[in-house]
Design a protein around this ligand. Structure first.
Ligand SMILES: Nc1ncnc2c1ncn2[C@@H]1O[C@H](COP(=O)(O)OP(=O)(O)O)[C@@H](O)[C@H]1O
Ligand SMILES: [Mg+2]
Length: 256
């Protein structure tokens, strides 16, 4: 599979009409200008080491539905810290986060919130080495009460893998796949729960140029097709110039 342009991404509708969750994906939002932003961060600070390291320093911003936002800045400026707060993987020392009108839950009870709203992609893929490709996608789905049967989920996971050019790779383990294939597998895992927001931390940092371009094209296709909001951390100017908006960071602050 060499040409990302030929791939069709169709994660399908959310689990039928009975799905009670508010659908925060862009294509379902007929947001009038006065509506709430998709996500809002107010005055976020994050300190480590009992205050010795200030990773984020009073950061405020909003994300709109369907936006492609790149976060750039030198190593250690707080990009990963900020992405982790947006994705409820960590909690701010100070400040507040909202998704739609909903305040982020406490970290201890955030697992379902994370699964429901966010997909994550990392530079080093973070796949489970002992699981097959299909199992790696399904690992993200354990949501008791979501109501979708195991076989329907597996079917959807297979369709996603096919759409990402990984047909026939379902039973392979990550070690049997190339870097580009692993990152496409990680994208499938990130999309299986039909998130509103895709968070990517230097997703092309471990890939050669051809695979990096393919991964970026796929993310863009998915975003447009599915109304996703994408927040992507990158060092690469070629990547950030494709974004709708760039948040430039330095010393734990966004300075534009
Ligand atoms: N778990 C942690 N414990 C202590 N310090 C950390 C931790 N994670 C990050 N830091 C520090 O916080 C700052 C911001 O880190 P990070 O958000 O990872 O930056 P970036 O992703 O831009 O390279 C750096 O000074 C880093 O050393
Ligand atoms: Mg980082």
């Amino acid at each position: 599979m060499n040409n990302a342009q030929t791939l069709k991404i169709d994660p399908g509708p959310r689990s039928g009409s009975g799905d009670p969750r508010p659908d925060l994906r862009g294509q379902r939002l007929d947001a009038p200008p006065s509506a709430l932003p998709l996500m809002r961060a107010e005055d976020l600070s994050l300190v480590y080491d009992s205050g010795r390291t200030r990773a984020l320093d009073r950061v405020s911003f909003e994300l709109k539905a369907r936006e492609f936002v790149a976060i750039t800045g030198p190593s250690g400026c707080g990009k990963t810290s900020l992405l982790n707060l947006i994705g409820a993987l960590d909690a701010p020392t100070h400040g507040r986060l909202f998704l739609g009108a909903e305040r982020y839950p406490d970290l201890g009870s955030a697992a379902a919130f994370r699964r429901r709203h966010f997909g994550y992609i990392f530079q080093s893929f973070h796949l489970m080495p002992t699981l097959t490709a299909l199992e790696n996608v399904l690992v993200a789905t354990a949501d008791p009460g979501a109501g979708e049967s195991g076989s329907a989920l597996r079917e959807r996971a297979r369709a996603l893998l096919a759409h990402l050019g990984l047909l026939g790779h379902e039973k392979r383990r990550p070690a049997q796949m190339s870097g580009g294939e692993r990152q496409r597998l990680a994208i499938a895992r990130a999309l299986i729960n039909r998130p509103a927001v895709l968070l990517a931390d230097e997703p092309t940092g471990s890939l050669d140029t051809a695979n990096a371009l393919q991964v970026l094209d796929l993310i863009e296709t998915i975003r447009l097709r599915d109304g996703l909001t994408v927040v992507l951390v990158t060092h690469d100017h070629q990547v950030s110039r494709r974004a709708d908006r760039v948040l430039r960071m330095r010393d734990g602050k966004i300075f534009w």
